[in-house]
Write a protein of this length. Structure first.
Length: 293
């Protein structure tokens, strides 16, 4: 199915759906079909502008990278706690149109910050920072929370093979609980967002996260990773034990492969690590920062 999907995307790449990766326009009548084909392929293989603050020179700057179906504001609780502890933070905004563009966004963010940095990532953000950190000696630590950690050449769909699929792809699919706009970009249906993404959060906070979703191009799930930084950079991983988007078993497997220091939040949803468990995640980030000076 993925080979068929690849031929479809090659013949009819959408200008906005593939973002910077192509300049050709997909006929409007084909956009729904392309979007549904992406969702179907994912289901088949899965058996799932920043702000900155100043900080003392003795502490690294913490760069927090959000995931798909999310936005920089998702980090608000973590950012507030880091500020209280004297850390500078930057939260770049990914456009979620393509991996290359998102990696470039993070790399340019890092280039603009003097001194050492700690990269923190959630979900798809882990894929991005794994690539953006490659070959850099200014990134002293990587911290993942319920995040994808690929090897070079792997796609997110590759990582998901043999693990439980995301609950937002629940039958009937495609498209499950995904809602596509006229450009073929997807969000999780707000009516299902809390159950699929944030079941341990109160309804008001879950609704806020649902309302601030950045529409996501599902082609990011089928883009191979470039060189990754985690072979050379020490990493920490917070596993969300009740995650319904990324199978906790997959999280543990990726953390083990990266030789990450692991912390588990047994009852955390996909969003729980940076919200409900924000205080413990901040302690993990600060441990990473202090361990690599």
């Amino acid at each position: 199915m993925l080979r068929v999907l690849g031929r479809l995307l090659t013949r009819h790449p959408a200008r906005h759906v593939t973002g910077h990766l192509t300049g050709r326009r997909t006929p409007a009548r084909l956009l729904p079909a392309v979007a549904l084909a992406l969702a179907a392929a994912l289901a088949a293989v899965w058996s799932p502008t920043g702000t900155a603050t100043a900080s003392p020179a003795s502490k690294p700057t913490v760069v927090l990278v959000h995931g798909a179906f999310s936005a920089p504001s998702a980090w608000d609780r973590v950012v507030a706690r880091l500020h209280r502890d004297g850390f500078a933070t930057v939260t770049p905004a990914l456009d979620l149109h393509g991996v290359a563009g998102d990696v470039a966004t993070v790399r340019s963010t890092l280039d603009a910050i003097p001194g050492p940095k700690v990269l923190v990532a959630h979900s798809y953000g882990g894929f991005v920072v794994s690539n953006a950190s490659a070959g850099r000696d200014d990134v002293r630590a990587l911290v993942f929370t319920a995040a994808f950690v690929p090897e070079e050449g792997q796609t997110i769909s590759d990582l998901g093979e043999g693990y439980a699929p995301p609950s937002f792809l629940a039958p009937p699919f495609p498209p499950g609980h995904l809602v596509f706009d006229q450009l073929g970009l997807a969000v999780i249906d707000p009516a299902h967002f809390r159950a699929d993404f944030a079941q341990d959060l109160n309804p008001d906070l879950a609704a806020t996260l649902a309302a601030t979703q950045t529409p996501t191009n599902l082609q990011i799930l089928f883009t191979p990773s470039g060189p990754v930084g985690w072979h050379a950079i020490p990493s920490w991983y917070a596993v969300s034990g009740a995650d319904r988007v990324i199978d906790p078993a997959l999280q543990r497997a990726m953390a083990a492969r990266a030789h990450s220091t692991v912390l588990t939040f047994p009852a955390a949803s996909h969003a729980g690590g940076f919200t409900h468990y924000s205080a413990r995640l901040v302690r993990l980030i600060e441990q990473a920062a202090s361990s690599t000076r």
